[in-house]
Structures are given as C-alpha cells and as structure tokens.
Design a protein. Sequence first.
Length: 341
Amino acid sequence: MRALLLALLLGGCAATSVAPPSGQAPQVAALAETDPVDTANDAADDPAIWRNRRDPAASLVIGTDKKAGIHVYDLAGKRVSFTPAARLNNVDLRDMGAKGVIVAASDRADVTQAHVSMFTLDTAARTLLPTGRFPVGTGEAYGMCLWRRTKDAALFGFVVLKDGRIDQVAIDLSGTAPRVTTVRSMKLGTQAEGCVVDDRTGLLYVAEEDVGLWRFDADPSAPTTATSIAKVDRRILFDDAEGLALAPKGRDGGYLVVSSQGDNAYTLYRLPGVTYAGRFRIGGGAVDGTSDTDGIELLLGNFGPKYRRGLFVAQDGDNAPDTQNFKYVSWADSLKALRLR
C-alpha cells in the first residue's frame, strides 16, 4: 500500500480495479460497416468523425487506406469519395469554424523524414481538398492527433514516430495555405502509435504498444515529462495497445477508450483518474465483428436514430473474405453493455 501511495503522489501509474478475465468482455453489435478498402493485406488503419450539427444523419467518417489514400464514408458506410495519397497512416480532424474542417494525417511515404498531410473537408461535396504536405522531423511518421487549445483556438498536431518520439507541430491557418512548424519533441522508449488529446484539459494520451498508456501536458511550453497511467498487463489491457479515443463528460470526466488489440477488445478508463471502467468486444450482430483493431474514434452527440448518444468507429483487421474496413457502433449500446452511464 505504501508503494502504491508513493507512486500516485509522484504522478505514476493510476490505480486500477481488479478486472474480470478477458473472456468475459460483453459483445456489442456493430450497426453498420463501411465499404471495404481497395487494397489488401493490412491496409485500412484509422478513422476520424465529422458530425453535422444541422443534419446529424449527414455526418461523415474519414478512414485511411495506408497503401492508397484516404476515404470519406457516410453513416450507412457507403464510400462517397476517395483521395489518393501515398502512405497515410493515422488521421484526425478539428472543426475550426470559419477556417473550415481541418484534417491532418501522418504521412509515412518517406520513412526517413516524417510528414503531415493536410486537407480541408468539403462537407457539402463530401470530399477532401488537399492543402499541403509538410515535413516534421527525421524518422517514420506513424501516429497523429490534433489539439485545439481552448484559450485561443490555436491548432496543434502531434506526430508519433515509429521509434516512440512524439513531435508537436503548430498549425497556422492564418494564410491561404497552412504553415506547419515543429515546436518540441517528447520521447517514449519503444514503438508507439495511437494518441488523442483532450481539448478540455490540454492533456495528451499516447499508447506505447507493448508497455501501456502515457500522459503528457499538451502545451508546447510545458515540460516533456511522461506520466504512466496504465500498463499492458494482459488482463485489462493487452499488447498491442493501439488506437485511443475519448468520451468527455463535464469539465474533466468521461472515459478514455483503448484498442486492446491482442485480445480483440476495447478497454475503458474513467477520467480524470484513469481508473478501469470496463471492456467490450464488437460482434454478435448482423454485421460481422472486429479483430486486430488498429485505429478507433468516438464522437459524442446525436448522429440520428441509430446513434443518439454518439458514434464509435473501429478498424477491422480481418474482414474476410473482403478487404479490411471500419465498423460503426452505437456508443449508447456500448455503455449499456457495460452498465455504465
């Protein structure tokens, strides 16, 4: 007990409750799935979600095919557009108001020089308009997430390099084209990819695949110290720890969701304390389930009759006999299966 208290005082790994055996994770049925990507053998990777506030049923999902380009899907899963690009991996977006819906993807076409590819989402035409490809730093780009800082609406990106380095970039949208400048770097010990930023609290969460989850202060002036918040223990969280997503509630509450790829499940941690809340799998419905999930995304709000409280999207690593795709799940169904609010 003394060791646990000391770890908490020093900002170490958050305490977690005892988890049930992984085999007892409840199943939640997917309500829709996207058209398969065009390329085979580990191609689909990471989704992002744009919610149409005026017409929730007209919302869109963006998904990367890391061998061909980036897709835009409707809520029925139908592909409505495709933008060719050489090796886009992770994708994220922020609605920047008058500046448009900004989409950024980690670009690993050059494994010696990481890049960010930028787009604007034309929500009427339901297509992506490329706005530039920008160098970040040496190494292979892998993960990608965005942060809109609350106090001034400044936009930042975090590019997770395959070796565990994390480069933070400032994205200036004041001109006719974006300007992307690397402002600092952080480092984890081994391969990492998934990341997400809580816009409310300015906290960056990163998944080190074989180790666990880490937290950083997202502000570029803050220390680059990483805080361990959850470990890969092969009970609550299995390696590889992959995609991350947030279900925010209130000022700092809600859930952090992680793709526990090693046992085809999704693990929830309560915020702000990052304590274990439950885990579920996708399956058991008319749409086939998921396995070997890389990227995930979650956005709360009304998306129409099927997704009244939010939409959860997960990459499916084995969509046989078709190529990989993405599955859509009602967030309300997920909470109900776990008896959570």
